[in-house]
Design a protein around this ligand. Structure first.
Ligand code: FAD
Length: 304
């Protein structure tokens, strides 16, 4: 299983395959996880989720951009997405990857593009989360986040439980009262920077969930792990954390019954909804988490 996981994670960064995949459109069951090729298709999916009481954070797929024109085009596309979402009365946020906005070209370019996005989002009252990518970009991402947090209220980022540096990052971020999405971590990392044993990752995950909730900051617990979800439920009961201070987040297309069950139990549930033609890297990372995927379940929302 580990070998298969590594293969999928390796493929997720292959630029040639990404180009080929873009040309040929969704394949191998990718539509189970991806809400369409364009904004119009994605909005239809978001509306159907909204009718079920599920909130969303929308991701316009794309990452590891290596030229300025493409980075600026991605920012334009995100501004358009924000304007479209602003016209609908949906509980919709957006998620962005700094490498899609030019982080690998320069911090300044990514920062400039982020400011354009945040200005548009501020006008439409839309919250923006900066996704966390691989560990090489973690420091830069947090630097940009803390800088922007000084000027923009509705911005959050992501912390990955598998990184050794995570506990220290949590202490550094605490004075900013950040809204954080806490995750296990989805990239292939070396044992020099990250835990690889499930138990160690889960233990760290539980620690940062408790820490952030008890510090009184908004916490998105983004996981499909029943044990972690159960742990969080017990924690919020024990410390009387208000339901308005946290939410569960799951990926569109994963554990659909669990999403609806949590919602029925009264928890806020937000789905990460990706769309766009650059689907290959995202899909490979989902496969790495659960390699049996393409040959298993159908998406209960779309039937595909
Ligand atoms: P796991 O222990 O991996 O899985 C628990 C159980 O959930 C598994 O046994 C399996 O039954 C089920 N499951 C998990 N994944 C799948 C799947 N793909 N298909 C079907 N079943 C599955 N990672 C980042 O590095 N940066 C981010 O910014 C980021 N944002 C995220 C946002 C959201 C809303 C979510 C839910 C995840 C995000 N992730 C991100 C991914 C995260 O880091 C994990 O890789 C992913 O959530 C799998 O870990 P898990 O917590 O679900 O636990």
């Amino acid at each position: 299983m580990t070998a298969l996981r590594n293969i999928f994670l390796f493929l997720s960064k292959n630029k040639r395959l990404t180009m080929v995949a873009k040309k040929y459109g969704f394949r191998f069951g990718a539509s189970r996880y991806i809400a369409g090729k364009n904004i119009t298709e994605a909005v239809e999916v978001i509306k159907s989720l909204d009718r079920k009481g599920l909130s969303v954070t929308v991701d316009c797929l794309g990452e590891f951009v290596d030229n300025e024109a493409e980075a600026n085009a991605t920012a334009n596309h995100l501004v358009k997405l924000i304007e479209t979402l602003g016209q609908e009365s949906l509980d919709a946020e957006i998620s962005v990857k700094l490498t899609s906005l030019g982080l690998d070209i320069s911090n300044d370019l990514a920062l400039r593009n982020m400011k354009r996005i945040l200005d548009a989002a501020e006008q439409q009252n839309i919250f923006v989360t900066i996704d966390m990518e691989d560990s090489l970009r973690c420091g830069q991402t947090l630097e940009i986040f803390t800088l922007l947090k000084l000027s923009y209220k509705d911005i959050g980022t992501v912390i990955q439980a598998y990184l050794y540096r995570t506990m220290e990052d949590m202490h550094v971020l605490n004075p900013y009262s950040p809204s954080l999405r806490l995750v296990k971590g989805a990239y292939k990392e070396s044992p020099e920077v990250a835990f690889s044993e499930k138990q160690a990752i889960d233990d760290n995950f539980k620690k940062i969930i408790e820490m952030h909730l008890r510090n009184g900051h908004y916490t998105a617990i983004a996981t499909h792990d029943d044990d972690i979800i159960e742990y969080t439920k017990q924690l919020v009961t024990k410390y009387q954390i208000p339901y308005s201070q946290f939410e569960f987040q799951l990926l569109y297309g994963v554990k659909v019954d669990r999403q609806l069950e949590l919602r029925r139990e009264g928890y806020k549930v937000r789905l990460y909804v990706p769309f766009g033609e650059d689907w290959f890297g995202y899909y490979m990372r989902r496969m790495a988490e659960y390699p049996a995927n393409p040959f298993l379940h159908k998406n209960k929302f779309t039937g595909k």
